[in-house]
Structures are given as structure tokens and as C-alpha cells.
Design a binder for this molecule. Sequence first.
Ligand code: BGC
Length: 359
Amino acid sequence: MDDRMWKGAIIIMKKEVFGTLKDGTSISLYTLRNARGMEAKVTDLGATLVSLFVPDRDGVMRDVVLGYETPQDYVDNTCYFGTVIGRSGNRIDKGRFEINGKTYQLAINDNENNLHSGPDGYDKRKWEVASADCDSCIEFCLNSPDGDQGFPGNCRITVSYTLTEENELVLHYGADCDADTVVNLTNHTYFNLGGHDSGKVLDQKLMLTAKYYTPARDHQAIPTGEIVPVAGTPMDFTTAKPIGQDIEADFEQLKFVGGYDHNFAISEKPGEMKKMAEAYCDKTGIGLEAYTTCCGMQFYAGNFITESKGKGGVSYGPRHGFCLESQFYPNAINQEGFASPLLAAGEHYDSTTVYKFTV
Ligand code: BGC
């Protein structure tokens, strides 16, 4: 009974100790299950997806996301395995933006820019469990005070994970703030459809629906502001191809950032649920379809995954996973022509991203 969370007399979800951080904070791990046997493990540290078990073509359950063995590993590493990123994912030019005539300065942690809101990201915080009243869903919440990371306004963030009977993992984000602020939430899961312990993802096939992407100015990966066609370039994934097929092509955009690490334009503005990607692994037969209400998606091919030990002592390295990070376009708060991630005081931020698994 100890490893279960109780609500009244009803067992609602398996809860276990994930570990204790160096500072003594105790971190929990929650297991979500659907009736088909799919299982997700999430932790209150960073509202992070730690494991995701899906059936392969032989019915063997495979863990298809990269993750660490202990909570302290999440604090010590900067790869953001499975974490929720906020208050603003991706890059902000020089870490600076203006709202209502006032300039705000964030930490500089990526060349001359801010990446994923700086070193004090939501991924390193312990979130609260807001609700966990079924076997297959959990909602975390976080209070981010005025001035947190440099952002204005007291902001309440929620993120929920739900497993459906269609083998979907649904992520639903919400935010409310008492001042005008920036909100651009995403999840940074690294998928490997061969299993998290199967090495590089280069032969896994990927299709991206986006016909346009936002090219980077230079190696610092801030967009130029243009939205250009993928057609005729290695950025074209509108027909499925192996991730590795063109990744080493002599193409300036790929050279800038060491492979794919770009924002693909799913739509001009957020709101409508659209397919953003499909992926497939020949070896396991596991397929992934991804949908989102966000307008942009950073496709990151794991170019900078540091050599490290993950779950079960497995060795991870560059390109052992790929991310499909649904969000606003990078640096959108400073870029006219990109849908704005400004959340006005009193308005509600809402977005949904779905990862559906097939065999
Ligand atoms: C960025 C990459 C970065 C990675 C891990 C991604 O969202 O686009 O450039 O290396 O996160 O920090």
C-alpha cells in the first residue's frame, strides 16, 4: 500500500520514490497505464517523462524515450531528457525582449543568447501534483513568481500527461499570469523507436508535414525572420526519409548547428490541432504520429547529446534520440512576422501535443 497514492479508498496511481537530490529533496515517480499495457513513468522533477513503454511488432514492450536512472542525473545534465521547458522554450536573441515599453533581460546560457529560459529552468524544479485521479493521467503544476528567470508576472503553469486507449500520450499545457509575459512551453523528449538502448536513430524514418522552416542567422541558431520552403533542400521531410539520409549534406543550415536543429513551420498561428510528424523504425515496427495545436516544431536530431549513462547504465551519445518539440517559433517575442508568445494578463495559455504509437 505504501507505494500507492490514495484518494479516499480508491487506488489512483502507482507512486514510488525516484530518489533524493543532493540537497535532500525527495523526488517521486508515477506510473501511468492504459488497458492495452502501454506505460509511462513521469516524475515531479521537471514534470519529466522518464520512460515510455510501447509494444513492438512482436508484442515486446520497449522503452522508446531517453532518460536517466536517478533524479540527480537530471539536475547535473543539460540535455533536457523528457523535461518540460518553461517559461519559454528555445532561444531568445541576447536573452532580451520588451513588453509594454519595458526591457527584460534573461540569463545568457547559449552563445550570446538565452536557451530554454536559462540555468534555472522549470526542468530543474520540483512540481506539485495537481491531480492524479485515474490510472492513466496526471497533472502537475508549478507557481513561477514575478521576476522568475527574468520574466514578468506571477504565473501558474500546468501540464498533464494522459495515456489513451489508442496508445496516445497526450500532453496538455496551461498557463495564467497576472501580468503580460512570455509563455512558450514545450516538452523535450528524445524518442528512439528502436528502444532507448538501441544507439543512433539515423536509420529511423521521419516525415514532417511542414513545407516551410525558419532558417538560422548563423551557428547561434537565432532565426533570420524568414519562413522559407523546404522543397529542394535537405530540410525537406514531406516524404518520409531516414533521419540520417541528408544530415551530413553540404548545406549551410545543417553546418551551422551540426545537423538538424531547426524550427519547422506547422502553421502561421497556434490553435488548430494538426499532424506535425510521423516516424518509423524498421527494426521494431514501432511507428509514431505526432499532432499539435502549436504553430512550430523544433526538430532536433540529438546532435549534442553528451556521452552519458542513462537508465539501466545504458550509454547514450550524439544522435541516440530525436526531439519533436512543439512550440512557438524561436525568438518569436522579438520577431515581427512570427506568431507572438505574449500571454496577456488575465488570458489563458492552452496547448496540446499528442504522440500516438502504432505497430
Ligand atoms: C535545442 C538544441 C539544444 C538542445 C538541448 C534543443 O531544443 O534546439 O540546440 O542543444 O535543445 O539543450
